[in-house]
Design a protein around this ligand. Structure first.
Ligand SMILES: [Fe+2]
Ligand SMILES: [Fe+2]
Length: 250
């Protein structure tokens, strides 16, 4: 696994930790934001890839600077590393969807400090910077949040935008993409994921309405690769047209 910088402006940085090199569990990305020396993890990952995540993390930030972790939903690829991080730093704050508290406690670390995110979302501060925790319910989990950083213009979009890519893949959907060909190739690896794991057309429409109001330079999913520039709009348009919840007809 390696750390690649997504954004940097003075004391404000984002990284993606990607390419986990363990194919028995779904390939996952972990994101890190650092602001004024304080760092936060976004979907810190599964128990099985903790050593790879930690090794990549030290390329980006001092582990002692990690103050908090954000958990978009309850899945094991998101949060089953919780007891390991908690053992490293028992005072780390965990932002978790309120609805999932009793479920996430099943991963262990019963005394880990949880900050419960209400269904309507909320703004939080890290290193003096404001982050918006945006509702993304039913995409795919019934309580689910994304994170918007208005200064970096980054949307951390959890499982939305996810693609199933082979080992060794880039952190980015090819950024030299004037005619959208790289996007068109990439999105075929995202199609089934969205059709099968995303259950609700209504939820999809609500999310699109909300997200289209944001200025986004980088759309950062928890699986696959980052959409940048014009690819962000291409993704939103593609998702708007895609039928989801397909298993009910199978
Ligand atoms: Fe998930
Ligand atoms: Fe996931």
């Amino acid at each position: 696994m390696k750390a690649s910088k997504v954004f940097e402006n003075k004391d404000h940085r984002w990284w993606i930790l990607h390419d986990q090199q363990e194919n028995r569990v779904i390939d996952s990305n972990v994101y890190v934001m650092e602001s004024k020396g304080q760092a936060m993890l976004f979907d810190p990952g599964g128990f099985e890839i903790f050593p790879q995540v930690f090794a990549a993390l030290v390329e980006a930030v001092q582990p002692a600077s990690i103050q908090a972790a954000f958990v978009s939903h309850q899945d094991p690829d998101i949060a089953s590393s919780l007891p390991l991080w908690h053992a490293c730093n028992p005072s780390m704050q965990w932002y978790i969807p309120s609805l999932w508290e009793g479920f996430i406690r099943h991963y262990g670390a019963l005394d880990a400090p949880f900050r419960k995110i209400p269904d309507g979302g909320e703004d939080i501060l890290l290193g003096g910077r404001r982050l918006e925790l945006i509702p993304a319910h039913y995409l795919h989990a019934s309580a689910n949040f994304h994170v918007y950083d208005p200064e970096a213009k980054i949307l951390f979009s959890g499982d939305v935008g996810a693609a199933l890519l082979p080992a060794g893949h880039s952190a980015w959907v090819d950024r030299r993409d004037p005619d959208g060909k790289a996007f068109a190739q990439h999105i075929e690896k995202a199609r089934y994921f969205h059709q099968r794991w995303m259950p609700s057309e209504r939820a999809k429409k609500h999310w699109l309405e909300r997200v289209r109001k944001l200025e986004i330079d980088y759309l950062c999913p928890q699986h696959g690769a980052i959409y940048s520039g014009a690819q962000v709009q291409r993704f939103l348009d593609w998702f708007a047209e895609l039928p989801v919840g397909i298993a009910v007809e199978s």
